[in-house]
Write a protein of this length. Structure first.
Length: 340
């Protein structure tokens, strides 16, 4: 398959988080047919990562195979391919596979491919993979960076809040206790918490992404909940302390996820950028020095018009090949210095 056909084929395999099995099986078959050694890494029931290699990999290309809902079939015009996962991250996936085929045809060995489940939620696939490192020195992760090499990415702090109240007839609110009122008061105060700023990564930001609660318009609500995500720019210990002090005794709360920021080295000859989103890389610390680059724009990811520019897909294939060649030379250079 050419790069466009492979991208569309991958998009057309539904792989919303939790339902990645069909995509993993497609990848296993595709890569086995191209003489890669392939294994599935079980993550949970009916869900597995895909790890393929040639020889003993010192550089690994990686991305995730899951997408956010809803599933959207592929379509295209002269400039773009559209559909769920077009840029996040099946465009990267297709470009890496085509790059891998090219590298093999050039006689390159000792590299790998790692394709992960669960990135869009808890990075459970990445955390499982981190238990099984192959000894690689570099990990090239594909995410929509417009083919720019990322030198810094924000972390995230996920906070879940639950408030309890007492049901009553809404005509007699004094007999009840509104959990929604409690939640609203907490959220107002939470939005006033000062957030840090970093010279490279910029300001931390807070998003109240989901609110639920209540029973009906004529019932005083006995329960309410919210999910909050803070894009962090440095260590979270002080921020967690402030939030805990603010919420103590007012509600139940839990820090569900705390993904650290990443700062990565620049490489000569690549356009660079700083991004506000997080990736699987913080959970893959045992797979080598991280590199982050991929086709597409994060600004259209998770939207109804998600797309990837065809020219960027072609460019990404070239960039992934170039990165593997350059990083393998770096590994060889370091090993020769150690031996001498």
């Amino acid at each position: 398959m050419k790069i466009f056909e492979l991208t569309k084929a991958l998009i057309n395999i539904e792989s919303v988080t939790g339902h990645e099995r069909a995509c993993a099986e497609f990848l296993r078959g595709y890569l086995v047919a191209r003489n890669f050694q392939v294994e599935l890494q079980p993550v949970s029931r009916d869900r597995s990562n895909v790890f393929a290699k040639t020889g003993k990999p010192d550089v690994v290309l990686s991305t995730h195979i899951d997408t956010v809902p809803p599933f959207l079939l592929a379509r295209e015009d002269e400039e773009f391919i559209y559909g769920r996962g077009a840029c996040d991250a099946k465009g990267s996936l297709a470009a890496q596979i085509v790059a891998a085929e090219r590298l093999v045809s050039e006689g390159v060995t000792d590299f790998g491919l790692l394709y992960l489940v669960g990135e869009e939620t808890t990075s459970d696939g990445a955390r499982e993979a981190n238990l099984h490192p192959p000894g690689s020195r570099y990990l090239i992760n594909g995410e929509p960076t417009e083919n720019k090499l990322v030198v810094g990415s924000k972390g995230n702090l996920r906070l879940d809040i639950r408030c309890k109240g007492k049901m009553a007839h809404s005509a007699y609110p004094h007999l009840g206790e509104s959990a929604i009122d409690k939640l609203l008061d907490v959220l107002v105060d939470l939005r006033k918490v000062p957030l840090p700023h970093d010279p490279l990564l910029g300001p931390a930001t807070l998003n109240i992404g989901h609110i639920s609660g209540g029973r009906a318009a004529n019932v005083v609500p006995d329960q309410a909940a919210a999910q909050i995500l803070i894009r962090t720019v440095n260590g979270t210990e002080e921020l967690r302390r402030k939030i805990s002090e603010l919420l103590a005794g007012r509600c139940e709360f839990e820090f569900v996820r705390d993904t650290p920021t990443l700062r990565m080295e620049k490489l000569d000859g690549y356009k660079t950028d700083v991004v506000s989103f997080t990736t699987d890389l913080p959970a893959l610390t045992r797979w080598g020095q991280p590199v982050l680059l991929g086709p597409g724009s994060i600004l259209v990811a998770h939207t109804e018009h998600e797309c990837v520019r065809k020219a960027e897909l072609i460019e990404a294939v070239d960039l992934y090949c170039r990165l593997v060649h350059e990083l393998k030379k770096t590994v060889e250079s370091r090993e020769s210095k150690v031996e001498s």
